[in-house]
Ligand binder design. Structure first.
Ligand code: NAG
Ligand code: NAG
Ligand code: NAG
Ligand code: NAG
Ligand code: NAG
Ligand code: NAG
Ligand code: NAG
Length: 323
């Protein structure tokens, strides 16, 4: 009898471990690419990291993670998430990093004012690429409770409004990555709601179907007086317009300014003139990268006027006129 129970139990536990099929090492559960439709309920309760990248999870019901109260990191990238119930994240008060990139969450449909309320410790939130097509009506989630947030990775709609996110409450925010940008204008008011704590901003991948950036106002980055790193990569915008946005940083020190693959194809070759760098030359930049912008010629004094040792400027020029 006892033996039978014992066998039954061990069979049961075998069946269980067979069910989740995740590998567990040092309190870290690797459940990537397991074809999971839901978050496994039978993982060790003391794990601190749960990686569910590349599965088929569509719904996070109430109390999904409640058993795993020690969790510091949850990765849900590349799933099919569309429903997140109000209490989905309850019970994981220590959570530091939450990544939900590449899903289909419609933030208009659930109230993040409630859903994110319990994530008081969160330092990193990644919600990039949760739309299939660009929609100006895309709503940013309410983030006002995430007062410890340091890293925010989101996309930019063509005419974003951050007021309802309450981003001004994120006074520890330091690093923003806008990985996919659908902006058509750089306006003075675009970022007016952001806190001044931000130190690094990365813009990447303007959607190539969208018309290029038509309007650039020079105080676009004025809300970030403490910015030390500015990076723009792969943007459809004239280089001369893009260079305007360093306007607020004149007479300030920056660690790095990167303008890479900026231009309006096809035939976007530009001559870098002194006028184009008129703001840049007044910024004290430690590392300047002007790469792959099809700069074919350096106009007189264009670089010489920059207050940067030439060795720290990384240039990749296609033209032969590079001195
Ligand atoms: C479970 O994991 C084993 C070993 O890693 C693997 O061979 C098997 O294909 C996995 N099963 C499923 C359903 O993912
Ligand atoms: C999830 O929790 C919320 C808040 O407690 C509740 O209003 C909602 O009905 C719950 N959802 C389900 C499916 O039970
Ligand atoms: C959270 O993400 C940040 C930024 O990628 C990283 O430095 C940190 O180690 C992560 N923390 C945990 C607990 O995974
Ligand atoms: C998101 O939800 C709102 C409100 O239910 C709806 O109007 C909108 O069409 C949805 N967007 C997408 C992309 O499904
Ligand atoms: C979020 O909830 C707070 C109360 O906790 C309320 O003051 C605020 O107006 C709400 N914001 C939104 C955008 O619903
Ligand atoms: C954003 O929306 C708020 C409230 O709906 C509105 O008051 C504000 O003027 C808008 N800001 C921008 C930059 O459009
Ligand atoms: C944007 O800021 C610049 C620099 O302060 C200013 O010259 C310009 O008039 C502003 N544009 C608008 C529309 O307010």
């Amino acid at each position: 009898m006892a033996l039978a129970i014992c066998i039954a139990l061990s069979l049961l536990s075998l069946a269980k471990s067979d069910r989740h099929n995740c590998s567990i090492l040092y309190k870290t559960a690797d459940c990537t690419s397991r074809g999971l439709m839901s978050v496994p309920k039978d993982l060790p309760i003391d794990m601190i990291s749960l990686d569910l990248n590349h599965n088929e999870i569509r719904t996070l019901p109430n109390n999904t993670f409640e058993r795993y109260s020690m969790l510091l990191t949850i990765i849900l990238d590349n799933n099919k998430l569309s429903v997140i119930e109000t209490d989905a994240f309850s019970g994981i008060k220590r959570l530091l990093n939450l990544s939900m990139e590449k899903n289909t969450v419609n933030f208009t449909e659930f109230n993040t004012n409630e859903t994110f309320r319990s994530l008081k410790s969160l330092e990193l939130l990644n919600i990039r690429q949760n739309w299939k097509i660009m929609e100006s009506s895309w709503t940013y989630p309410y983030l006002g409770h995430l007062t410890n947030l340091i890293y925010l990775y989101i996309d930019l709609t063509n005419n974003p409004n951050f007021t309802l996110m309450d981003v001004k409450k994120l006074t520890k925010l330091k690093i923003i990555r806008f990985e996919h940008c659908y902006l058509t204008a750089f306006k003075n008011i675009t970022f007016e709601d952001f806190p001044d704590s931000v130190e690094q901003i990365y813009f990447e991948n303007i959607n190539f179907i969208i018309p290029h950036i038509l309007l650039v106002e020079s105080d676009f980055l004025r809300p970030f007086p403490n910015l030390r790193v500015l990076s723009l990569i792969k943007m459809i915008c004239s280089l001369s317009d893009a260079l305007k946005i360093v306007y607020p940083f004149q007479h300030k020190s920056m660690q790095a300014v990167v303008f890479k693959q900026i231009g309006i194809p096809p035939g976007n070759s530009v001559v870098l003139t002194e006028a184009m760098v008129s703001y840049l030359k007044k910024v004290c930049v430690k590392t300047l990268v002007l790469a792959e912008n099809d700069i074919v010629f350096l106009g007189p004094n264009s670089l010489a006027s920059l207050n940067i040792p030439i060795a720290l400027i990384q240039l990749y020029c296609l033209g032969t006129d590079f001195p």
